[in-house]
Design a protein around this ligand. Structure first.
Ligand code: GMT
Length: 443
């Protein structure tokens, strides 16, 4: 590559090193302020944020206290995740935003701006990984460009920790970055999300590298007990794995407000599904359940998301002659506006390590009818916050959906219990505190 072109490209790369959101100057001013604040220590921040040892204050107060409490020195962390639609990217982004509000300096290192990074937050910067292409490459090696970018950001910004979400290939890239940086110490935390363990990680072509990079991470977390157990069984991982559940902000995912938004006429009920339309989501069952329910109750099916199974689902809906009753919304990033419009949320996955969208529905007071696969029973309690059935048990799903749609007081009371459980067991502040504890244990 010619020198002149290299210089031009590195200028372009510098422009990509930008704080997320538009108001870069404000972010930089805030960064400068936090960096020089010598006053107190991390424990007081944790206590202010409602961590262990802190009296349980109202959430708004806890967040405000966490945001204003002073830290001895700013902690700098890199977060790598998939930026496209998907639960692991949502968790990584919401965690990063919450850490920034607690005074961390957060550096997202990814192929593009994570889709949920849609609000401006000072202390949050974004570094784009752009692998150079070359005619010899069959595919540009993203993993290597990622390791290189990780090294660069750690060195330039003094990061102490890299937290990667989804083992493949991010834990391997972080391992390589750590080796390249020696003797400098860098903590690598890997969060396992689902198919990195249950589907793709166990493929013979990835098994050994997945196993090695999990075992080599300094700390490993999994989003459910199911996923922790499965990781230990499938990969023989011997190092401790902390279970930190996914979380939801109940102030964001809240019950339906009186608004003009509507997905169905007043006499019809709304059955909703949202996913990335991959085979594990069991999309044919969603359509089958809807078709059966529709024979008995006026109902609209709202399908949110996109993926390989969507075309087949659209085809099946046309075969049923039900186009007018099914709305395929495609990918949407304002799920907090859409989920509360559902009467029942349906998630019949054949494999699901957690089911973040089910939790978001619960937080919005929508009862969930789901499969009992993987970690879903840790989120949805059968007969309390929704109903669980084997993923192939169409009649069970139909009966549960009809029971809820036919009894408004049952539907409402289950919805309320679902929201209470979401608040009490999966609160964002509690889970973020648990991640901070993991970072603290690296010292
Ligand atoms: O593992 C995947 O399929 C991708 C991943 C994602 O990015 O959406 O989904 C997993 O992680 C989510 C966040 O932790 C979990 O809520 C999903 O249950 C999990 N998906 C599966 O296990 C199929």
């Amino acid at each position: 590559m010619k020198r002149g072109r290299g210089r031009k490209e590195s200028a372009a790369a510098k422009r990509r090193e930008r704080p997320a959101g538009a108001v870069a100057a404000r972010a930089i001013r805030r960064l400068a302020e936090t960096k020089t604040d010598p006053a107190t220590d991390v424990a007081s921040v944790r206590a202010a944020a409602g961590g262990r040892g802190a009296g349980r204050k109202p959430r708004a107060e806890r967040v405000a206290a966490a945001g204003t409490a002073k830290v001895r020195r700013t902690r700098r962390i890199g977060i790598t995740c998939y930026s496209h639609f998907g639960g692991s990217g949502v968790v990584a982004t919401e965690l990063g935003l919450a850490l920034a509000r607690r005074g961390f300096e957060v550096h997202f290192i990814a192929s593009r701006l994570p889709f949920r990074l849609r609000k401006f937050e000072s202390n949050v910067l974004f570094h784009e990984v752009a692998p150079a292409s070359y005619p010899v490459f069959e595919q540009a090696p993203y993993n290597l460009a990622l390791s290189t970018k990780m090294v660069e950001v750690v060195e330039n910004y003094g990061l102490e920790i890299l937290h990667v979400h989804y083992a493949l290939p991010f834990a391997a890239s972080a391992y390589l970055a750590k080796q390249l940086l020696l003797p400098r110490q860098l903590g690598v935390v890997t969060t396992l999300h689902g198919t990195d363990i249950t589907v793709v990680g166990i493929e013979p072509s990835y098994f050994r590298i997945t196993q090695f990079s999990i075992q080599s991470s300094d700390r490993v977390t999994a989003v459910s007990r199911f996923l922790k157990d499965r990781t230990e069984e499938s990969f023989g991982i011997t190092k401790p794995i902390d279970v930190i559940y996914n979380f939801v902000d109940p102030e964001v995912f809240a019950p339906r407000k009186r608004s003009g938004l509507r997905l169905a006429p007043p006499h019809a009920r709304v059955l909703m599904h949202a996913s990335n339309f991959r085979p594990v989501k069991n999309i044919p069952t969603v359509i089958q359940v809807f078709a059966e329910v529709r024979k008995r109750v006026p109902v609209k099916l709202v399908m949110v998301g996109d993926g390989p199974e969507k075309a087949g689902a659209e085809h099946r809906v046309r075969e049923l002659g039900a186009e007018r009753d099914v709305l395929f919304l495609g990918n949407q990033d304002c799920m907090e506006e859409i989920l509360p419009l559902a009467d029942v949320f349906l998630l019949p996955s054949s494999s699901e390590s957690f089911g973040l969208v089910a939790l978001e529905a619960m937080s919005a007071e929508v009862p969930v009818v789901a499969s009992n696969a993987g970690g879903l029973p840790e989120v949805v309690e059968h007969g309390v916050t929704g109903y669980l059935h084997d993923s192939g048990h169409v009649d069970g799903f139909v009966a549960s959906v009809l029971r809820l749609l036919g009894n408004e007081s049952l539907r409402r009371s289950m919805g309320k219990r679902a929201r209470r459980v979401a608040r009490e067991r999966f609160d964002v502040d509690d889970m973020v505190t648990r991640y901070v504890n993991v970072y603290d244990s690296l010292k």
